[in-house]
Design a protein around this ligand. Structure first.
Ligand SMILES: NC(=O)c1ccc[n+]([C@@H]2O[C@H](COP(=O)([O-])OP(=O)(O)OC[C@H]3O[C@@H](n4cnc5c(N)ncnc54)[C@H](OP(=O)(O)O)[C@@H]3O)[C@@H](O)[C@H]2O)c1
Length: 175
């Protein structure tokens, strides 16, 4: 059964995008070799992205590196949105509610990961008790403002347990 994994590269101060969704800061860090990222890519069977991510800034737009995983991911993509485009691209499935999006993406992923992209969608998965794991790559940069990797007004206390043997910030969510 597929697991739901939220992954991103975040700044040391916990932002996955800068002010106004700026992603230009990521370019120099995304180019670095990372065996964990390679292993993650091999383990992803489907992507479930929020529309904020799908329509967001991509400094690689128009190049071979455009898209998830620097253009190296070629599997099924599901996008959660209340506003599906009238003329959707053929390689993307737009879904209007979280339970259906999770069901469809898990089915597509088989026994691999559904990679959640977007902090809003990830938070909803956590609140629903459905997110299995979190993997954060930390870029050596401070952004000071932008989209937090996890934002919950009023706060909460989500317990995380390190995945044994991993060197990156890879955790199981404990409910
Ligand atoms: N650093 C990294 O590795 C990394 C990775 C991924 C993303 N990012 C960045 O993170 C930012 C996006 O994150 P985010 O948290 O702002 O947004 P997000 O989670 O990507 O998308 C949020 C949007 O998804 C749709 N949505 C969410 N929940 C829904 C639901 N239950 N039913 C229907 N539609 C739903 C809504 O879009 P509609 O308004 O269309 O309904 C909502 O505005 C972007 O700037 C992106 O570039 C960074």
């Amino acid at each position: 059964m597929a697991k739901l994994l939220y992954s991103a590269t975040m700044s040391l101060d916990g932002y996955i995008a800068g002010p106004g969704g700026d992603m230009s800061w990521l370019t120099e860090h995304a180019a670095e070799e990372n065996p964990t990222a390679d292993r993650l890519l091999a383990g992803v069977g489907a992507i479930l992205a929020g529309n904020g991510t799908f329509g967001g800034d991509d400094p690689n737009r128009g190049t071979d590196s455009e898209g998830a995983f620097g253009g190296q991911y070629h599997g099924p993509v599901f996008v959660l949105t209340h506003r599906p485009p009238a003329d959707p691209p053929t390689d993307v499935t737009f879904v209007g509610d979280l339970p259906s999006a999770i069901e469809q993406s898990k089915q597509a992923a088989g026994d691999r990961y559904v990679n959640i992209l977007g902090a809003d969608v990830a938070r909803q998965c956590i609140e629903a008790g459905l997110l299995d794991e979190i993997l954060m790559f930390v870029a050596p940069v401070l952004l000071g403002d932008g989209v937090r990797m996890f934002d919950r007004p009023g706060g909460t206390n989500v317990r995380l347990e390190p995945v044994a043997g991993e060197v990156e910030h890879w955790y199981r969510v404990v409910y």
